[in-house]
Design a protein around this ligand. Structure first.
Ligand code: NAD
Length: 277
């Protein structure tokens, strides 16, 4: 993969924030981190357990991060330790990026009605939606001068995508959480938005059945007839997290090459993607 280039500048100079959800260099959270760092941000990182540390620590260190901590969002003690460390080191923070989601593999293949279990539902909603509320509450307590928060969502919240199943329900909840958080935190000068990205090849995306079909269909259908670039997602995050995004809150912003806007794709590319003459 070619090294990605991000516009440099000082839009985030003097800003400090937390990015949750880097697993490796393909993670959406990592693209956002690179973009924010190129604009002068100081970033704290989390990784999910020791297995992830090996990949995440060198990446975080390459951006000069001082706070690099293990965090499992389902574990209150680990959230307490993370936010306690940020409070001690920084006192205040300016931004939060929540790029965390999970549903069991068994939930993400086959029909929604048959695959969705009570435990699977609870886990998906807890990790993928509630964790944003929890992280937002803890972050807002350190944003006395205002701030900005961004979470990552997907179109499967609004419309049915095969195999996305309970994760679509979790993303619908996440988008609703974004609006409620925006209303609660608006008076304190804190903006809260979601980015709805098109499919991108990451570790999380690999867990969803029919991935290959999804990428081909997306490319054929999207207004731009291409798959989503990480640079575009990172750029949208920069806009929403910096002063460029002033007055924008409670929004779900699509960065998907216009896929969400299309009701019927062009015949030629669609046939090609489905292998039909
Ligand atoms: P990724 O696998 O790189 O990132 C997912 C992250 O979630 C990982 O870092 C993982 O460690 C973390 N995570 C999962 N369970 C956790 C837990 N209990 N505690 C702490 N962290 C936990 O994949 P990604 O595609 O970069 O996903 C980031 C976000 O973007 C997710 O919310 C995902 O749903 C969303 N998204 C992805 C796509 C896509 O096509 N890749 C499209 C739209 C939205």
């Amino acid at each position: 993969m070619a090294k990605r280039e991000y516009p440099s500048g000082n839009l985030m100079a003097g800003k400090r924030g937390l990015i949750m959800g880097v697993a490796n260099k393909n993670s959406i959270a990592w693209a956002i981190a690179e973009q924010l760092a190129a604009q002068g941000a100081e970033i704290a990182f989390t990784y999910q357990g020791e297995a992830m540390e090996r990949r995440v620590r060198p990446l975080a260190e390459s951006l000069g991060a001082k706070i690099i901590m293990s965090c499992d969002v389902t574990d209150d003690a680990s959230m307490d330790a993370l936010f306690g460390a940020i409070k001690e080191e920084w006192g205040e923070m300016d931004f939060l990026v929540h790029s965390v989601a999970f549903a069991g593999r068994d939930q993400l293949a086959g029909s929604f009605i048959d695959q969705t279990t009570r435990e699977g539902f609870k886990t998906a909603l807890d990790i993928s939606a509630y964790s944003f509320v929890d992280a937002a509450r803890r972050s807002a307590a350190m944003m006395s001068e205002g701030g900005s928060m961004v979470t990552m969502t997907y179109l499967g919240s609004e419309r049915v995508v095969p195999n996305y199943n309970v994760m679509g329900v979790a993303k619908a909840a996440l988008e609703a959480c974004t609006r409620y958080l925006a209303a609660d935190l608006g008076p304190r000068g804190i903006r809260v938005n979601a980015i709805s990205a098109g499919p991108i090849k990451t570790l999380a995306a690999a867990g969803i059945g029919s991935g290959r079909h999804m990428f081909r269909f997306n490319k054929a259908t999207a207004a731009m007839q291409e798959n989503t670039d990480l640079e575009g997602v990172a750029g949208a995050a920069l806009y929403l997290l910096s002063s460029l995004g002033t007055s924008c809150t409670g929004e779900t912003h699509h960065v998907d090459g216009g896929f969400h806007a299309i009701a019927m794709p062009q015949e030629g590319p669609l046939k090609a993607s489905l292998g039909i003459d």
